[in-house]
Design a protein around this ligand. Structure first.
Ligand code: MG
Length: 335
């Protein structure tokens, strides 16, 4: 099978499609929802259902710490979790370029299945299309996630209030730098790994113990600086960041400075920002830290009293610098 390539016929809906579905997709992702092979699946969630969809075009498809398959699960699972929900179901759509190696597709599908299992979600529906050579670049994946709300009302970026603490669950910039380095063939002294991971178990633990959490957001494209600008704008509050407290791996910091990249604008795929009343910040931080994905969590700032919606970085030497939203595309096809 590893020598075999994807043909237009694999997307025809005929015999070759059926073979691909049973030998690759069902073999790895099969479950009671998919195995019926009906036109749709029926699922049950709680009274309120969080929904998110995302399309993954990352280049290269395989990078240190993950691949497009695991990323397509983590990205959508995390977006559902950020609403304060427990992700339960995923759908996936594949757009495959004719000639793509079947062995690579199988590796990616197996990786998706592992990531879904780890996140505790069922893949309940899927679709495959094959396009002619050159009409797409190798493989694109869309995933949609459904989850049941764990709170009475969904969390939103508009929830930050004056005096709240701002936490981040670990080191910044690893995913963006890892994918960029893999694409450009750069090597570092210590290879930088993507942080791609599911955050939903940590989120469930956090919300069970600290239901007062006001905002959860994952700083993906545009990085920490852009996501904090979204929260500041939606909440109509300034956010003050302490530069000295930002967790950044020294290797990432050094490589970024060499490459002219800013780790505060690089994508993360396994991190969250948590805004929480300051009285519960210590407890929330402790909960993040007891999870492997939150091991290097830190308190990085606070919500200020001004209603201008700015993000202000307090630098080590007592200076202040405004952090704007990302302008233009620093690194395309990072997720
Ligand atoms: Mg998000």
């Amino acid at each position: 099978m590893s020598e075999e390539r994807i043909l237009l016929d694999h997307g025809s809906g005929g015999l070759a499609s059926h073979r691909l579905v049973s030998e690759v997709f069902l073999r790895h992702m099969g479950n009671e929802f998919l195995n019926g092979l009906d036109d749709a699946a029926c699922v049950a969630t709680g009274p309120l259902t969080a929904v998110s969809t995302d399309t993954f075009t990352v280049d290269p498809l395989f990078f240190p710490g993950g691949d497009i398959g695991s990323l397509a699960v983590h990205g959508t699972v995390n977006d559902v979790a950020m609403l304060g929900a427990r992700p339960r179901y995923l759908t996936c759509g594949f757009i495959i370029e004719e000639g793509f190696a079947l062995g690579d597709l199988e590796r990616i599908v197996a990786s998706m299945a592992r990531a879904a299992k780890e996140a505790g979600v069922h893949v309940v529906a899927g679709d495959t299309k094959v396009v002619t050579r050159g009409a797409a670049d190798k493989l694109f994946i869309n995933t949609t996630g459904l989850g049941e709300l764990l709170l009475d009302a969904p969390l939103s970026g508009s929830g930050a209030e004056e005096g709240d603490a701002v936490l981040v669950s670990g080191n910044l910039g690893d995913h963006g730098l890892a994918v960029f380095a893999a694409r450009e063939g750069l090597s570092f002294r210590t290879p930088v790994q993507s942080d791609s991971a599911c955050l939903n178990h940590m989120v469930a633990d956090l919300l069970r113990n600290v239901p007062q959490v006001r905002v959860l957001r994952d700083p993906t494209r545009g990085g920490l600086a852009t996501t904090l600008n979204e929260i500041a704008g939606q909440s109509g509050r300034d956010i003050l960041l302490r530069e000295a407290d930002l967790p950044i791996d020294p290797e990432v910091r050094e490589s970024c400075s060499f490459l002219g990249l800013d780790p505060l604008y690089l994508a993360n795929e396994g991190k969250l920002i948590c805004v929480v009343p300051s009285s519960r910040a210590e407890e929330a931080l402790g909960i993040l830290k007891r999870h492997e994905v939150g091991g290097n969590a830190a308190s990085i700032g606070e919500v200020g009293d001004s209603s201008r919606g700015r993000v202000i970085l307090e630098t080590g030497i007592g200076g202040r610098r405004m952090l704007q939203m990302l302008e233009g595309e620093q690194l395309p096809r990072i997720c």
